[in-house]
Design a protein around this ligand. Structure first.
Ligand SMILES: [Zn+2]
Length: 254
C-alpha cells in the first residue's frame, strides 16, 4: 500500500484555494478533468489549480489527488477542504482523473484508462483505510453517509451544482471492486510490466513526460520520483526509452 502522505514520494502541489476542514473526511469524490487523456497531464492540472482565478478563467477548484496513466500527484492534504463539488466539499476528499466524462465503456477500458483508474483506486484504498471510509458506491450522495461517489452523485443527491462527471459510463463496479481488492489483497502480486509508459530522463533537465503537447521541464524541487511511486504499488521501474529528437527540442524550448 502506498503512503500518499509522504512528501518525498508524493511532493504536494496544493491548490490556491484550500481551507481547514471542520471534521475528518468521510466521502471520496471521483472527477474527470475534461482534458484529453495524456500521460503526465495530472501534474499540469495540479499546477493550473495554483494559478490565480483571473489566469484560469475564473475557476477556483482544487483537489486532493490528480491521476493520469503515469502519475499520482498529491494536491491538498486531507486536513484541508477544497472547492470541487458544491454541496459536499467540507466532508470530501477529491480525486481528479485526467480524461473525459463522455467516454464510452470501451474507452474506459483502454490502456490509458486502465492505468489511470488503477492509480485512482490505489489512492481511494489508502484513504478508505486511513479514515475508515467503506469502499462502497454512494449513489446518489444526499449529504449523509460515507463511501465513494462521483461528482454526478453529489449533483443528483444534493441538488447543488450541475457537474455530471465522471460520466454515465464510468466503470463503477470494476472500480469499487479494485479498491476493495487493494484493501484486502487476494494474493501477493508479482511485479507488473507496464509497457505503454513513455518517458525519458536527461541529467541536465530532470524528467520529462511524453504526451500530447510539449513536455514541461521539472525544477529540482518539483521532481517526482515516479519509480518510487511505482515500486509502492508493485510496478517495475519505468524504462528510459529513446524518444524522437523533436521531443528533446520541445523540452529544451527550441
Ligand atoms: Zn467534478
Amino acid at each position: 500500500m502506498i503512503d500518499f502522505d509522504n512528501p518525498k514520494v508524493y511532493p504536494p502541489i496544493p491548490p490556491l484555494n484550500q481551507f481547514v476542514r471542520p471534521a475528518r473526511p468521510r466521502v471520496i469524490v471521483i472527477h474527470t478533468t475534461e482534458n484529453s487523456e495524456t500521460s503526465g497531464m495530472a501534474r499540469n492540472v495540479a499546477k493550473w489549480c495554483q494559478l490565480p482565478p483571473n489566469k484560469r478563467g475564473g475557476a477556483v477548484s482544487g483537489s486532493h489527488a490528480y491521476v493520469d496513466s503515469l502519475a499520482t500527484i498529491r494536491g491538498a492534504y486531507d486536513n484541508m477542504y477544497t472547492w470541487n463539488s458544491k454541496g459536499a466539499n467540507l466532508e470530501s476528499l477529491h480525486i481528479e482523473i485526467v480524461g473525459r466524462a463522455a467516454q464510452t465503456l470501451e474507452e474506459w477500458n483502454d490502456a490509458y484508462s486502465f492505468h489511470a483508474l488503477d492509480k485512482a483506486a490505489i489512492v481511494a484504498a489508502f484513504w478508505c483505510q486511513k479514515h475508515g471510509i467503506p469502499a462502497t458506491h454512494l449513489s446518489p450522495y444526499d449529504g449523509s453517509g460515507t463511501g465513494i461517489c462521483g461528482h454526478a452523485d453529489v449533483t443528483a443527491g444534493t441538488g447543488q451544482g450541475s457537474h455530471t462527471d465522471p460520466g454515465p459510463n464510468f466503470p463503477w463496479t470494476t472500480f469499487i471492486r479494485r479498491v476493495q481488492e487493494l484493501i484486502e489483497p487476494p494474493v501477493q502480486q508479482p511485479e507488473k510490466e507496464d509497457p505503454e509508459m513513455e518517458y525519458w530522463k536527461t541529467e541536465t533537465q530532470g524528467t520529462f513526460l511524453v504526451g500530447a503537447g510539449s513536455p514541461i521541464p521539472y525544477t529540482a524541487d518539483e521532481r517526482v520520483d515516479y519509480d518510487a511511486q511505482r515500486k509502492a504499488v508493485g510496478f517495475a521501474p519505468i524504462r528510459t526509452i529513446k524518444v524522437p529528437d523533436r521531443w528533446v527540442e520541445a523540452a529544451k524550448g527550441k
